[in-house]
Design a protein around this ligand. Structure first.
Ligand SMILES: NC(=O)C1=CN([C@@H]2O[C@H](COP(=O)(O)OP(=O)(O)OC[C@H]3O[C@@H](n4cnc5c(N)ncnc54)[C@H](O)[C@@H]3O)[C@@H](O)[C@H]2O)[C@@H](O)CC1
Ligand SMILES: [K+]
Length: 455
């Protein structure tokens, strides 16, 4: 009923609704929608692959509700004015689409016909968002109970069009028990921890964030993180700079403070100050021994390891993971796809795993919260909790955008948020900042558009 209502609402001027029904319960949903459309008086045609007699159980009962004729899918010739209702495969897709279905998809694509997908666009794997052989690209998708990973993870998300989640009366406790510790990243996930941050409080209580600068010729990335940290609410931000980059940094800083930290010895001395609440290491820092030394010294604190600080451990990751486990700090790592593959090559190469499962495996192995970046960023904790982010506009993919994100995480850690919530809230705020900054945003305008945490 929800599918037929969406079809009539979205395409009142359709000359014909074409319902494509598959061999399982997704097809069953299609027959129920077809019966409802027929009852409304709409012009209608139904096509199905293979032998309809094979339908079993609920799908067979659903088939019986539709009294009209069912044609072989091979005979479907798309016409201008058709609106396709794709009820071929949903949650039960287990392998690549059959040839006859792939051919029907390409005929529909050639005509650029609008498609309404039932549950998932056929061809999209609901668990991973992967395309199995081919897939419809829907204008609108009607799913039931809850969004599935395949609606949010790429490339699945780009095939769904607008997503409608229709409540079919399954109790929330059952949905939650099946979803486990997986959520869409909304403020509800971390707001409880954000509420504790009182903006009226003393600047030391709002947390002191330290960002490490790279050498003289690559200082910009760290300054972006530092500025983002300040705008995101850290009370104090200090840029820790090697001596040769002090002048370059000083020329560009006002509210952010500057401190000379050259060697590991300087850092060891400075770390005695427990008011230093959180640390950002990696943006523009340089890949090498110094990055490793600094990171290992910081594993017991609240720490974001990004970019070069992630890559630096490519061949010596056990050293880092063991230290994180031993020191028990609040550590967040923020790899993009390339960095993820460098640090977790065996996990990255496992094609059976979804992005969520990859992030969870990496979190477990590293003992850190993993923020696996992309337009479908996943944040995963060693405990098995995970969120998928969905508010990021595509124009966030701009130079320096990741450095801004890192700074926001740092600000949250400095204010005492636990690592998972700090990372999830930062991804969300970063997405919001991108929306506020609008198309054509640069990293600088992104920093200016970081809004206060929602109340
Ligand atoms: N609680 C639920 O599970 C609900 C399910 N519903 C509908 O039921 C659907 C899931 O039903 P099913 O589990 O029957 O799964 P599907 O209808 O998605 O497909 C399963 C059928 O297709 C076959 N199949 C899978 N991949 C194939 C491939 N590549 N080539 C050829 N055949 C293939 C399977 O052997 C099986 O016969 C959902 O997507 C949704 O539309 C809804 O009616 C609401 C409630
Ligand atoms: K479908």
């Amino acid at each position: 009923m929800a599918v037929s209502a969406a079809a009539l609402r979205l395409f009142p001027s359709a000359t014909r609704f074409v319902v494509l029904c598959g061999p399982g319960n997704n097809g069953g949903d299609g027959y129920v929608a077809a019966a409802a459309l027929a009852e409304s008086g709409a012009s209608l045609a139904v096509f199905a692959p293979g032998d309809v007699g094979k339908l079993k159980g609920d799908a067979a009962r659903a088939r019986a509700t539709y009294a009209g004729e069912v044609h072989a899918i091979e005979t479907y010739e798309p016409r201008t004015g058709d609106v396709v209702i794709d009820a071929l495969f949903g949650a039960g897709l287990v392998r690549d689409l059959p040839k006859a279905v792939q051919e029907a998809i390409s005929r529909v694509d050639d005509r650029c016909l609008p498609v309404i997908a039932v549950d998932l666009p056929s061809g999209i794997d609901g668990r991973s968002g992967a395309v199995r052989g081919a897939s419809f690209t829907a204008t609108h998708t009607v799913t039931f109970m809850a969004a599935k990973p395949g609606h949010l993870l790429l490339p699945g998300r780009t095939h769904c069009g607008s997503l409608e989640v229709f409540d079919i009366g399954i109790p929330d406790r059952l949905v939650r028990s099946r979803a486990g510790d997986l959520r869409i990243n909304t403020p509800a996930v971390w707001q409880q921890h954000a509420r504790g941050l009182d903006p009226a409080t003393h600047k030391f209580k709002r947390g002191h964030l330290v960002v490490f600068s790279g050498p003289q010729t690559s200082t910009g990335a760290a300054r972006l993180s530092a500025m983002a940290g300040l705008n995101a609410g850290a009370g104090l931000v200090t840029l820790a700079s090697p001596p040769e980059a002090l002048a370059a940094n000083a020329a560009h800083l006002t509210a952010v403070m500057l401190k000379e930290i050259g060697k590991a010895g300087d850092l060891a001395e400075w770390l005695k100050d427990r008011r230093l609440g959180a640390f950002v290491l990696g943006p523009g820092f340089g890949v090498g021994k110094k990055a490793r030394e600094f990171a290992l010294m910081l594993c017991g604190r609240a720490l974001v390891l990004d970019a070069d600080a992630v890559t630096a451990f490519m061949e010596r990751r056990t050293e880092l993971f063991d230290r994180i486990a031993a020191e028990g700090g609040q550590v967040v790592m923020t790899p993009h796809e390339g960095e993820f593959a460098r640090l977790f090559p065996e996990i990255a190469a496992d094609t059976a795993l979804s992005k969520i499962e990859k992030a969870l495996a990496a979190a477990k192995l590293s003992h850190a919260v993993i923020l696996y970046k992309g337009s479908d960023t996943v944040v995963a904790a060693p405990s098995g909790r995970a969120v998928v982010n969905a508010n990021a506009p595509p124009w966030l993919a701009t130079a320096g955008s990741g450095d801004v994100l890192t700074g926001i995480i740092g600000a949250h850690l400095a204010q005492g948020m636990p690592a998972f919530e700090a990372a999830a809230a930062a991804v969300w705020r970063h997405g919001e900042a991108g929306m506020r900054a609008g198309r054509g945003t640069t990293a600088e305008t992104l920093v200016e558009n970081i809004a206060p945490l929602p109340e």
